[in-house]
Structure formats: C-alpha cells, structure tokens
Design a protein around this ligand. Sequence first.
Ligand SMILES: [Zn+2]
Length: 418
Amino acid sequence: MIVTALAALQLSAATPLVVRDARRVVRVPTTAAAGGPMVRLESLQPMLPVAVSHDSAAWYTVEIWGTRMQLQTGVASVRVGDELRSLSGAPRLDHGHLVVPVQLISEVFPDAVPNVRWDDVTRQLVVFSVDAATRANLRTDAALSAPVRRPVRASTSTDATELPPPPRAPRGRRTIIVDAGHGGVDNGMSGPIGGGPRIYEKDITLAVAMKLGERLRARGVDVVYTRTTDTLIALDDRGHIANRAGGDLFISVHVNAASPTWQDPAGARGFETYFLSEAKTEDARRVEQMENAAARFEDSPNVGRDDPLGFILSDMQQNEHLRESNELATLVQQRLRSIEPGPSRGVKQAGFRVLVTAYMPAVLVEIGFGTNAREARYLSDPTSQDAIASAIAGAAMDYLSAYERRVSGSRAGFGSER
Ligand SMILES: [Zn+2]
C-alpha cells in the first residue's frame, strides 16, 4: 500500500472524490473539514454496493461486498473485523446520511474491501471489473447472509482462501481484446541485423493479431481489436478500448529486438510472454523501455507526463489479475513452445504501459526476434503467422476453460481447485 495520511490531507476540500471502474468515472462531491475532506458514504452507491445500517445510538455498520465496517459518529476510528483503525476525522450525520472522511476510502478501503484499489497518482478509487449481474448477485448474497462477521482481507496477506475477490459470473460469450503492437508512424522494431528483406514490427503484429482474432472468433469468442489498420493508437487508449469493451482478456502482440550492446545481437532468438509487474531483470527492463517508448509518438497531453509507473505497479501487486495474467502467460509460452523453432525465453514480468490501463488479465507476447535473420523470415511468413496465431488462440481458450472451471468450483467451496 502506498497511501499515507498526508496524501489524504493533500486533497483539496473542493476536490471531488473520483471513483472509476472499467466503464464509468463518477465524481462524488466532498465537503471541507478540519481532518480533511468528507464524503457522504451513500454517494458511492452507483459504483460500489454500499449498505449502511444504523445499529444503535451512534453506531453504524457499513457493508460492501461482504466486508463489514463499524463506525461511530463523533469518533475518529473504524472497526474492520477485529482491527481498529484511526480516521482523519469523525464520521457525522448529515440529514440522516452518514458522512465519512475521504481517508476512509483512500486508506482503509484498499485493505478491507475486495475489488478496489486507491490510485495515489491520479487520486482515484479504482473499482475492478465486476459485471452488473455479478454485482446484483453479490448484493443479494450480502443482504441474505446471516449477520456473522466474515474474514477481513489483511493488507499483508495474499492468501486467496481468505476472502477472494468476487468471481465474475460465467457468461455465454467471452470477449478477448487483441492488440497489435505499434502502428502508423510508430514502426516498432525493424530488422534483421545484417540485412535481408526488411521487416517492421507493426506489420507483423497486425498480421498475427488479425489471424489471432479470426481463430478466436471461430471458437465462439467475441473479439475486439485495438487496431485493424496501420494506425497509431496511444498506449493508454489501447487499455481504455479494452475496458470499454468489457474484455475478459487482453493480448498484446509484439516482436522483440536484441540490444546492440549484447555480444551477438544478431544471434538472439526466441519468444517470451510478459505480464504486468515491476521488471525483475535487466533484460525485462530493456523490453519494457523499448515497448513503452512508443509513447513518444503520441501527442496526447496525458502521455507527456512521466507516470510514476512504479507507484501504480506496487499498488497493483494487490490486483487479482496478476495471478490470472501469469497463468495466461504460462499457457501462451507452453503453446508457442510446441510450434516455434526458436527457444522459449519464458514468462517474464515488466511494467508495460499498455497493460497498466487494462483492468483484466493481460499479457504481452514477444513472438520472436526481428533482429535475427532466421526469425525475421519466420515471422513474416504467413504460414508461421497462422501457427503463432493458433497457438496463442489455443492458450487463450485453455485459460478461459480453466477459469470457468475455477469459477464454478469456487461456488462449491473456495480453493478446492488450486
Ligand atoms: Zn513492440
């Protein structure tokens, strides 16, 4: 967690509280108070299933997705499970509505409430994708459940059996976002080193992405492409497209380039799949810098500013999607291994901007090295592109069926499958 008491105090009183999910952004009005801005708790209801009940005298219980918090008007603390946490101000009543410090939402919610995180950079409460049907079910479940205290997710624990985020309800159809890397003025990498027919990453990624989409559609999956032509799409917009479409998975296709500082750059070969996290190795940092550099072609005002990516990332470690993304990445590598002539370079982690904005399991596949003459030839051959697309589509289908099994398994009892 990266939030601090200071951060909450820095919010200007007039600043509305911003709550965002995959589809909407809601600005909730706040009022100034000595201990920092206050907000009417029920105004979060369009985005979160907040239920406030008046227990007795000054005591109130707030329930969100099974998490219960007890508040007392006039007292600057909140009880979450067995833990008592201090608040920057005391909750109070305003025309019969409970008004609480914004700090409750920025600091306590991320530790206690499933499916939310506080983005300290943009000062927003981010609510992860839970579709309307699931929300409705969860609300009903919470209302019907006996008044027993459910376990509270501790901020330090990642034990999935404790209180897993609510699973999305299985649906008839799934949506996969297929993202062809680069495009337009951004060629991506070009190769190979030492000459031969010139290849541009943006052309290969588009060809493979289109084939991947066709194969997924043939298997009954809805596909949304971030681009279908040679055009530049800002890195952040790719994630926004994915969120608007309510995607279940995000797959970004790229071609790798060897570092000129390597001993034998022309000889580097192989495929690797990344999921979003902080770069763990020097090599992962190289690929991260290379792919994030595409932002220099964008002229959106947001892109110019330096995102403290590490900030967002350290917070996103809490994100349920990391585990899912890791699993998808593993399946992609397994499938590619069975068809690609080059070596598997494994599943890796790095902070790709294109993955940061997609609130769903997301991977970035480097399908080979365009700097290597043999792989450049392989990657530009339509037959190989077919095979690569089939392999990635197969991995996505494997992932989805494993996911469906897990979700239905989790209904019977959490943790029974893993
Ligand atoms: Zn790329």
